[in-house]
Design a protein around this ligand. Structure first.
Ligand SMILES: [Zn+2]
Ligand SMILES: [Zn+2]
Length: 245
């Protein structure tokens, strides 16, 4: 499994970098995980978007879906050269208006997922965990045919069920929107909580993502490391960062 970061900020793009989006590739299959602001520009650096096999969305907040409409236009405006007649876009159905917008005539088709049962998308088995967020959002556990495991927390505040859901993942990508000193109501995790989760779940490496636009981001790594084993590799998400599992 190859993971390429296309965008990593929470909320809005900054400094030329976009918001939540990742290209996940395995056995020739191209899965776009979230489609935030600037995702299409970044995706075009890697593959023709007509070569996507599927898109999956963790939730419908704009920083995860901002470029979805233009991706749909891209498919609509290119009837020739598509890898398949319609691009499947997977989303939850708890928000019927947004789920309905995933289907775009002669271009894309909405496909549903839920927490109740895992789905198969090409070479990937994907299971879901509803997170703690102001709108329905789902963490994903993505397993490829070689048994490699990617866990993506989506947007969430910390809760204990994330530990068993992330168990022994080869890579954990966490919503680390806050520095450790954040207090009060939180709908995202802090650096310390990301490190704690990775440590308790015994994951092999941790990628901090959904990052804030302020402060020295290296501080997030230092804070996460304090809550985890010294040996756990902890990385910051960056555009075009590639991780092979
Ligand atoms: Zn977000
Ligand atoms: Zn969100």
């Amino acid at each position: 499994m190859k993971i390429k970061v296309l965008g990593f900020y929470g909320g809005y793009p900054a400094n030329g970098d976009g918001t939540s989006s990742y290209l996940i590739q395995s056995n020739g299959f191209n899965l776009l995980l979230d489609c935030g602001s600037n995702a299409l520009n970044e995706l075009e650096q890697s593959i023709d978007p007509l070569n996507l096999d599927a898109v999956i969305l963790s939730h419908y907040h704009h920083d995860h879906t901002a470029d979805l409409g233009v991706l749909q236009y891209y498919w609509q405006l290119h009837p020739e050269g598509r890898k398949q007649p319609l691009l499947p876009i997977y989303g939850h159905t708890e928000d019927p208006l947004n789920f309905g917008s995933l289907t775009w005539d002669n271009a894309t088709i909405g496909e549903s997922y839920s927490e109740l049962s895992p789905i198969t998308v090409g070479p990937f088995k994907i299971s879901f965990l509803k997170t703690h967020h102001p709108v329905p959002a789902f963490a994903m556990r993505i397993v490829d045919e070689d048994g490699k495991v990617l866990v993506f927390t989506a947007d969430t505040s910390y809760f204990d069920k994330l530990i068993s859901f992330s168990d022994s993942a080869d890579l954990l990508i966490t919503d680390t929107n806050f520095y450790a000193n954040k207090t009060g109501l939180k709908w995202h995790m802090t650096s310390s909580e990301s490190g704690y989760l990775a440590d308790k779940a015994n994951v092999k490496q941790l990628l901090l993502s959904h990052l804030p636009q302020t402060g020295d981001l290296n501080q997030l790594v230092i804070e996460a490391q304090k809550s985890a084993s010294d040996k756990l590799p902890i990385m910051l998400a960056q555009s075009n960062k590639i991780i092979n599992l």
